[in-house]
Design a binder for this molecule. Structure first.
Ligand code: NAD
Length: 314
């Protein structure tokens, strides 16, 4: 029997390249479309040795290229996006266009060829909502400039609306996944994510910089568990038209995380506290908590994270 081919946009990136490896390991043929703006070919070193793998260098904004690739694939996982604090803050509109128009282009082709599509969204669409754990039904913030990196969260909210409209009006078979903090190998420290930064500081024996009180909390999911969640949803009929949080519910304060990282690295580093205004300017406010409720994902699938925070740090 011929296996279904998957198109993974953004497949040279952090989450994408791990998903590609996992799909190939299951024997599924995979095509990656990536413009290598933040992704790297090195992430696909293992994949590129496999017979059923193809890499295409190009943009999701290129409608005819996307159309050709989608026409050959029964399944699409759309992960390509402009990401990273610096890029979004410095280029809010061009990143907004990639993150909306690019998604519309991929959705349009998936609709034309009847392909099933999974679309990457983010916990940031919950805005400053610090109550928790956050359910898929919690309030979303669309277009509020008071949300840090508004253009990113707004674009992802628009993507979710597009997916829903195409589903209602054209029967698009789509599933939205909202990633919470995901960490692991191949993640670029350039994004400013706290664990890669702490790990680098601890290994170098430099102070670990904690912003604000350090009592703000986050949850970190190992990328391998995020990929398992994607695989459990990728062809599940009941997941069509649904939205799922993907994240860990192991909550830790940033101050405790700094201490755990120092212990894990057996480092002599100390912890240095900085106010948000020293770090980011007077206007900056951070969310106190960002904790996913993953009850829905667990109800639809047999997914259980297999790794805890110590595995993530290791
Ligand atoms: P990443 O930067 O490693 O991956 C994004 C990939 O998209 C990169 O390989 C990049 O080169 C590619 N890309 C960017 N613009 C493109 C374009 N115009 N055409 C083709 N390819 C393009 O980031 P990631 O962490 O792997 O993120 C994957 C997805 O998950 C993104 O949609 C992101 O918004 C979402 N997400 C990630 C996290 C996380 O914690 N890592 C959290 C929330 C949401």
């Amino acid at each position: 029997m011929e296996r279904q081919k998957y198109l993974v946009t953004g497949g040279a990136g952090f989450i994408g390249s791990h998903l590609v490896d996992a799909l190939l390991a299951r024997g599924e043929p995979v095509v990656v479309l990536d413009d290598l703006s933040t992704g790297r070919l090195e992430n696909l070193a293992t994949a590129r040795e496999q017979r059923h793998f193809q890499f295409v260098h190009g943009s999701v904004l290129d409608a005819s290229l996307v159309d050709t690739l989608v026409s050959e694939c029964g399944g699409v996982v759309h992960l390509a996006a402009a990401v990273g604090v610096k890029l979004i803050v410095e280029e809010p509109l061009s990143s907004f266009i990639i993150n909306t128009k690019g998604t519309e282009t991929v959705i349009e082709s998936a609709h034309r060829y009847g392909s099933r599509i999974m679309i990457a969204s983010t916990s940031e669409i919950y805005g400053k909502n610090s109550s928790g754990p956050l359910k898929e039904t919690s309030d979303r913030v669309l277009g509020s400039p008071s949300v840090p990196r508004w253009s990113y969260s707004t674009a992802k909210a628009v993507d979710e609306i597009l997916a829903e409209l195409y589903r209602r009006e054209h029967g698009l078979r789509s599933t939205v996944v909202r990633f919470f903090n995901t960490v692991g190998p191949r993640q670029s420290p350039a994004y400013g994510m706290v664990i890669p930064r702490f790990a680098r500081q601890a290994v170098r024996g430099e102070p670990l910089t904690v912003y604000g009180t350090g009592r703000q909390s986050r949850c970190f999911l190992h990328v391998a568990d995020a990929v398992e969640a994607l695989l459990s949803l990728i062809d599940l009929p009941d997941a069509v038209g649904e939205t799922f949080n993907i994240g860990s519910d192991e909550e830790i304060s940033i101050l405790d995380l700094a201490e755990r990282t120092i212990a894990c690295a057996e480092s002599t580093s100390s912890v240095r506290r900085l106010s948000y205004s020293e770090a980011y300017g007077p206007e900056f406010e951070d969310m106190e908590r960002r904790v996913p409720d993953t009850t829905k994902l667990r109800a639809f699938t047999a997914w259980q994270p297999q790794r805890n925070l110590d595995d993530v740090l290791a």
